[in-house]
Design a protein around this ligand. Structure first.
Ligand SMILES: [Fe+2]
Length: 400
């Protein structure tokens, strides 16, 4: 599942270009008419931009003439988009508006009289916004976005986007592993305090805390959450010792400011990590907030963009606090840095074991459902169950 190029090609068609809403960007990134940003849906380059009417449009970033990438800047502002190759020009809606020397020069050459620019507009995506997060789909008949997200995601993602946000910055990384290992990692509550040394050393995230892994009814999206302070150091130390995980005494940070939680939402969860199938992610880790999006780069690599944000009404101190806490996340984040490494380890070694199976049974086998524990991988099975439905493939012996 991680290495077959035919499966990868099918995923592009049935998932990214199929019945799925993909995160494009945040509205706060393109607030004014003419603002644009480039992004990717699977491996297809896309331009998302705001027109004079205030509406957002998205289209494939590939010239109708010879297929060159049209917009090359990551973001900017413009009245239209011109391809550098032969200067074909497109509107913000992706309509072909200009073909230089269409009628030739000095009465010679040019396009045939039958050439109709309207037939060469760029392929558009259906675009919808959920509380300022812009999603796109190649399937113009897809269910409405809020229905796709479902009540659980509407509640949590909606909560994070409940007031005007302020973009704080970006982090970007490439991981040499199959893209599916990333939603798996995000849905895997089990590894958080085992893989991540920072969490382990200072006892920040632990499997003894009140926590859970919940899904939407189709099991395609997920949220992992935990409440810090819901267990005692003594209970945690005993549990980790009994589990045979090396953990003597917890070390103490001299300055707790970077992990300090300033209460700001009614959920009271110290961490929430959300996956919106197929390419979107949100996190709240203490007070650091981000939207993450994934771009596929072949079977062996993917790119992850982290868009860190706060709120427009944050005090300068709160902004400073969120930026300080951003040290926990991203490619070199004190908590996130090991994920890329773990995924590359899996990807590398499964290359030579292509007929083997992984064991994903933490949290129990049988029907897929929510669990009130982080010793749990049922959410990972949820991903595969929905993936299997969309792809029309299932392992031997799977229940249909
Ligand atoms: Fe992790």
């Amino acid at each position: 599942m991680y290495h077959d190029p035919e499966i990868y090609a099918l995923e592009q068609e049935r998932i990214f270009k199929g019945k799925a809403w993909n995160i494009l960007c945040l509205e706060a990134e393109i607030p004014n008419p003419g603002d644009f940003q480039i992004c990717h849906v699977g491996d297809t380059p896309v331009v998302v931009n705001r027109d004079e009417d205030g509406k957002v449009y998205a289209f494939v970033n590939r010239c109708a003439h010879r297929g060159a990438e049209i917009v090359r800047e990551p973001r900017g502002n413009g009245t239209d988009h011109t391809c550098i190759y032969h200067a074909w020009c497109y509107s913000r809606k992706g309509e072909l508006t200009g073909v230089p020397f269409r009628r030739g020069a000095n009465g010679k050459g040019g396009m045939p009289a039958s050439f109709e620019p309207k037939q060469h507009n760029l392929q558009t995506l259906k675009v919808e916004s959920f509380k300022g997060c812009l999603f796109g789909s190649f399937d113009h008949d897809i269910e409405p976005l809020e229905e796709y997200l479902g009540p659980l995601m509407v509640d949590h993602v909606g909560g994070l986007l409940d007031k005007p946000i302020k973009i704080l910055g970006y982090q970007r990384q490439r991981i040499k592993a199959n893209w599916k290992l990333y939603p798996e990692n995000i849905k895997d509550a089990y590894h958080g305090s085992l893989l991540h040394e920072f969490n382990r050393t200072f006892g920040l995230s632990r499997l003894t805390q009140v926590a859970g892994g919940y899904m939407d009814e189709k099991h395609r999206h997920s949220i992992l959450f935990q409440f810090s302070g819901s267990d005692s150091d003594e209970v945690a130390l005993r549990a980790y010792r009994e589990a045979g995980v090396q953990r003597g005494e917890l070390m103490k940070l001299n300055d707790y400011d970077m992990v300090r939680i300033i209460p700001e939402n009614d959920k009271g969860m110290s961490t929430r990590v959300i996956n919106l199938f197929p390419n979107g992610f949100f996190h709240q880790i203490a007070n650091t907030l981000a939207m993450r999006k994934l771009r596929t780069l072949g079977v062996d690599e993917f790119e992850l963009t982290w868009t860190l944000f706060g709120y427009e009404d944050d005090t300068p101190e709160m902004t400073e606090h969120r930026l300080n806490q951003a040290n926990m996340v991203g490619p070199a984040g004190l908590i996130s840095m090991e994920d890329g490494e773990a995924l590359e380890l899996v990807h590398r070694t499964t290359k030579t074991a292509q007929n083997e199976y992984a064991v994903i049974e933490m949290g129990g086998v049988g029907p897929i459902g929510d669990r009130d524990t982080r010793v749990n991988e049922v959410t990972v099975r949820g991903f595969w169950a929905y993936y299997s439905q969309l792809m029309g493939i299932a392992p031997e012996g799977a229940e249909q």
